[in-house]
Write a protein that binds this ligand. Structure first.
Ligand code: CAA
Length: 274
């Protein structure tokens, strides 16, 4: 692929948007390649994904302004749908996706990060929805996901003012779960960059997720995502169904037998070929 790299590290898949010269801006080709990459993830072995941008400076600096500059109304709507379709595929992807935000996450960059389950960022990350300064609204879900993820008031402030926020403010308002810094030695030399530490933190979190029962993790993602769209009475029914689905799985039988049985070796032996 021209702009998207995919690497497997054990049970963790790493997707890198690789268009560094344009700060990983999302043109139609990037969006198509992202969609194709997701379609090709081997869900039999991969249990968590990490999404990041190439380089140290930018995660994704937004949708491609050059490509959008000449669009007609109809083409603009189609471009919005193209982005929304890919981002929704990411949001509803069966396994968890961690956004490792390594710098600018503006416009479509903030929006794609919000389509992931979890966001962690480097200390140099900058988030924002600068679209109104370009004469457009956010178009890849920003008006919807930001208001759901932070608060409607904070989302409106960020979107109406088009003011970018730094990593620590993104952490304060709950847009990211963690901010990762560079490692600096006593002499002031950087021994590991913020991006290196960010990827290490993302891989560690992904590996922790990947160690847990895969059907249970998938069902948790679905329960949370689907439950947030409906009222509590309907939401708990969604959970009941997905909770019930876990029973009779090998993971449930093994996990509970392992907890209950004092003879752990016996349980391991009984389940070793399952
Ligand atoms: N689209 C296309 N190209 C982009 C881009 C974008 N969103 N962002 C950066 N680039 C390109 C620049 O044009 C430049 O290319 P050239 O070297 O060929 O000139 C290259 O990336 C490097 O960018 P800068 O020289 O501008 O780098 P900088 O360090 O001076 O500034 C920046 C960095 C503040 C992120 C600045 O590039 C910027 O403001 N980018 C645009 C951010 C933006 O407005 N994003 C929202 C887009 S609209 C959107 O996303 C709509 C939607 O919701 C779907």
């Amino acid at each position: 692929m021209e702009f998207v790299l995919y690497e497997e590290k054990g049970a963790v898949g790493i997707i890198t948007i690789n268009r560094e010269k344009a700060l990983n801006a999302l043109n139609s080709t990037v969006l198509d390649e992202l969609s194709e990459t997701l379609d090709n993830v081997n869900l039999d072995v991969t249990r968590a994904l990490i999404l990041t941008g190439a380089g140290e400076k930018s995660f994704v600096a937004g949708a491609d302004i050059g490509e959008m500059s000449t669009l007609t109304k109809k083409e603009g709507e189609a471009f919005g749908k193209k982005g929304n379709d890919v981002f929704r595929k990411l949001e509803t992807f069966p396994i968890p996706v961690i956004a490792a935000v390594n710098g600018f996450a503006l416009g479509g960059g903030c929006e794609i990060a919000m389509s992931c389950d979890i966001r962690i960022c480097s200390e140099n990350a900058v988030f924002g929805q600068p679209e109104v300064g370009l004469g457009i609204t956010p178009g890849f879900g920003g008006t919807q996901r930001l208001a759901r993820l932070v608060s409607p008031g904070m989302a409106k402030q960020m979107i109406y003012t088009a003011r970018n926020i730094k990593a620590n403010e993104a952490y304060r308002i709950g847009l990211v779960n963690e901010v990762v810094s560079a490692t600096v030695d006593e002499a002031g030399n950087v021994t590991a960059s913020a991006k290196e530490n960010l990827m290490a933190a993302a891989e560690k979190m992904a590996a922790t997720i990947a160690k847990n029962a895969p059907i249970a993790v998938r069902n948790c993602k679905k329960a949370i995502n689907d439950g947030l769209q409906v009222n509590m009475d309907e939401a708990i029914v969604i959970e009941e169904k997905l909770f019930g689905d876990c029973f009779e799985t090998e993971d449930q039988r093994y996990g509970m037998a392992f907890f209950l049985d004092k003879n752990k070796d016996k349980v391991k032996e009984a389940f070793k070929n399952k």
